[in-house]
Design a protein around this ligand. Structure first.
Ligand SMILES: [Zn+2]
Length: 355
């Protein structure tokens, strides 16, 4: 079913369609003999989505998208090298057109470390200029300094030993547009969010947004490299696009309201930390972390963004710490180890320096 039919269908009152039902609706016919590619989700004509897996051992960690334009393929996010190889094989089962561009939505390893694999397959890594600025900050090993994020990530991922860091070499300061007359893809930096260099891919005709980690769908927000206050505004800019399908950086793909939900989570977090913690000294403020968690968990709309205490990677204390720091202008000393733990945990799966 094409984009228009789907929009009419949604306008007809099916906005609460379950994601599974929606996926079925959108799946459309899969070309014969392409069982592998069937795992990728066909969102519209020549527009695909692949959901990654946030684990230490997964090949494809971040979510991916790709658009088959008239003369070439544009891929959204390079993923880790093993993920890049997986996605390239899926694209190859669908089309012989050259893969020309791999767009890094930001600098983190799970989105950008597959760049060299794409180069070897004929593509050029492209990104917002902020990605290079972030890489210069964190990829100190590549830029001639101490070992940085890549060297740290190599300890945990074998696929990094088979390749090397390749920063994007085509950069855009604000936006970059691909338009073959049939498909239009607008790469846009909407502001500071998960990092200082995030950009999204917007398909205005199909009303599909590939958000990178500007928006996730689940308890996956790592806030250490961005700014939660500015992030709320960046999500507002994303909301204004009017997306009907949102492919987030991590977690199942969703609809436009996922942007509202993540924004509501950050707003509630800022309100709670502001009301209960910001005026308190760090040692007293710390006691509020669990009550705030309970309050946010009680809000059905945002509960899925709140980590579970003691579960694998629990990002919640580090999110509270970051917001406290932004609002109070000082570090929450009593939680001093939490941002470090969060960064370390995130590094294992996302390919980041844990220092
Ligand atoms: Zn990230």
């Amino acid at each position: 079913m094409g984009g228009v039919g789907r929009r009419e269908f949604l306008a007809g009152g099916a906005a609460f369609l379950s994601l599974a039902a929606e996926a079925e609706l959108l799946a459309g016919p899969i070309p014969a003999g392409m069982a592998e590619a069937a795992q990728a989700d066909r969102l519209a004509s020549e527009v695909y989505f692949h959901e990654g897996q946030l684990s230490d051992t997964a090949d494809a960690v971040c979510n991916n998208g790709w658009i088959i334009l008239e003369d070439y393929v544009l891929v959204i996010d390079a993923n880790f090298p093993a993920g890049a190889r997986l996605i390239i094989s899926k694209i190859r089962s669908l089309t012989d057109k050259p893969i020309r561009f791999a767009f890094d939505t930001h600098h983190h390893g799970d989105h950008a470390y597959g760049n060299q694999v794409y180069v070897e397959n004929g593509a050029v890594p492209i990104a917002h200029t902020g990605v290079i600025e972030e890489m210069k900050r964190y990829e100190t090993g590549y830029y001639g300094g101490q070992p940085g994020a890549w060297e740290e990530a190599m300890k945990g991922r074998a696929d990094l030993k088979t390749t090397r860091l390749k920063p994007p070499s085509v950069l855009f300061p604000k936006d970059l547009i691909f338009d073959d007359g049939k498909h239009r893809v607008e790469l846009m930096h909407l502001g500071v969010a998960h990092t200082h260099g995030d950009a999204v891919a917007w398909l205005p005709k199909e009303r599909i947004l590939f958000s990178g980690d500007v928006c996730v769908n689940g308890p996956y927000n790592y806030v250490g490299d961005g700014d939660v206050g500015q992030w709320v505004g960046t999500l507002e800019a994303a909301r204004k696009l009017g997306a009907e399908i949102v492919c987030t950086g991590h977690g199942p793909r969703s609809v436009g309201t996922v942007l509202d939900d993540q924004q509501a989570f950050f707003k509630a977090l800022r309100e709670q930390v502001g009301a209960l913690m910001a005026a308190k000294a760090p040692e007293d403020a710390k006691a509020q972390v669990e009550p705030i968690r309970a309050t946010l968990k009680g809000n059905a709309r945002i509960a899925r963004y709140v980590g579970e205490r003691g579960a694998g990677w629990d990002p919640f204390p580090s999110q509270v710490e970051k917001v406290y720091e932004e609002l109070a202008g000082k570090k929450l000393a009593a939680l001093g180890h939490e941002p470090r733990l969060a960064r370390h945990a995130h590094a294992r799966s996302h390919g980041m320096a844990s220092a």
